[in-house]
Design a binder for this molecule. Structure first.
Ligand SMILES: Cc1cc2nc3c(=O)[nH]c(=O)nc-3n(C[C@H](O)[C@H](O)[C@H](O)COP(=O)(O)OP(=O)(O)OC[C@H]3O[C@@H](n4cnc5c(N)ncnc54)[C@H](O)[C@@H]3O)c2cc1C
Length: 292
């Protein structure tokens, strides 16, 4: 079984860079190691959490009383088989895109600027520019304390930033169905999408991506928060991005409590002005809660 470390700081495993330690932490490198760790946790009644690149999580400042897993080794690698990209759940999207491009396969460019992993993308049904995980995913190997099981995309209940994965279920491997393209075309498309993103989002700041889901296609969360005059609003070391109001930046020594307080304020003000209750997209690790 992979080594289980204790009291491992999680801030460096998240893109926002806040939060306390994991009570237990391990980096499984194979399905067998992962299964053993899940058995270890089940035998002790320990909750299991997974972290990918930590690009859509907010960790409690006091830490997380759980076994936090970060997939590594073979579970973070990717390769191509014909027109299928096979990726470990912990493989970074950038690595997946690199493999697809080198093999002249297109269809994954939309994910090039989503700074996460293949498995985190399943959990979130991540998407951008009109495409999302469910459009390219064929199936996934999902592991829980009972062992691995292959789940077809139709069985994963994927919808807008939602999946039917249950707590303690870990995506160990995915298969993406891609289409023939050329290395040059994939490179050009990815560069075009990245440029679009840089023009509208705070890509050079510490954030956790979208804070809230868009309430509807007519009302974006960012536009609603901006209309409440909250762009640049600061609490402690965190601020609502002056560039895009659905992002929170770690300006200067922010804590997760600062981020949560900003989220609560944005939610309160949007409810007052639009009568809409924003639902958070960022995932909480530890006992974090927004006031109703
Ligand atoms: C600058 C920036 C831009 C972003 N742009 C976008 C965008 O355009 N579109 C978009 O959809 N998202 C975007 N995001 C958010 C984020 O990148 C995605 O949600 C991404 O898919 C999260 O992947 P991750 O591996 O980092 O997961 P994490 O953030 O580490 O975790 C997110 C959730 O997935 C779970 N999880 C992670 N790995 C696994 C696994 N192997 N098995 C089971 N559950 C797992 C975690 O427990 C958690 O609940 C952006 C984030 C940033 C910082």
């Amino acid at each position: 079984m992979a080594e289980v470390e204790e009291h491992v700081p999680l801030a460096r495993h998240t893109t926002i860079g806040t939060g306390g330690p994991a009570r237990w932490f391990a980096r499984p490198e194979s399905v067998d190691e992962l299964h053993s760790l899940l058995g270890w946790a089940a035998a002790r009644g320990v909750v299991v959490e997974v972290i990918g690149l930590g690009s859509n999580v907010l960790v409690h400042d006091q830490g997380v009383d759980a076994l936090v897993l970060r997939l590594a080794g073979g579970l973070a690698a990717a390769h191509v088989e014909g027109e299928v990209l096979v990726a470990g759940g912990g493989a970074a999207n950038a690595v997946c895109l690199h493999r697809a491009r080198a093999a002249g396969l297109g269809g994954f460019e939309f994910a090039s600027a989503i700074p996460g992993t293949a498995g985190g993308g399943v959990r979130m049904n991540a998407g951008a520019y009109g495409r999302e995980w469910r459009d390219v995913l064929l199936d996934a190997i999902v592991v829980d304390a009972d062992g691995p099981r292959t789940r077809l995309v139709a069985d994963l209940d994927l919808s807008y930033r939602h999946s039917g994965l249950r707590p303690g279920e870990v995506v160990a491997q995915v298969r993406f169905g891609l289409e023939p393209s050329t290395e040059a075309a994939v490179k050009a498309k990815a560069a075009e999408l990245l440029a679009q993103r840089k023009a509208t989002q705070p890509t050079n700041k510490r954030t956790f991506g979208s804070v809230f889901k868009n309430p509807s296609s007519d009302l974006g969360a960012g536009r609603a928060i901006e209309a409440c005059g909250l762009k640049g609003h600061r609490i402690g070391g965190a601020l609502i991005s002056p560039r895009h109001a659905n992002f929170i930046e770690n300006g200067d020594g922010a804590t997760s409590a600062d981020c949560l307080a900003l989220m609560a304020e944005a939610r309160r003000r949007v409810h007052e002005q639009f009568g809409v209750e924003l639902e958070h997209e960022v995932q909480f690790l530890g006992p974090l809660e927004l006031p109703t």
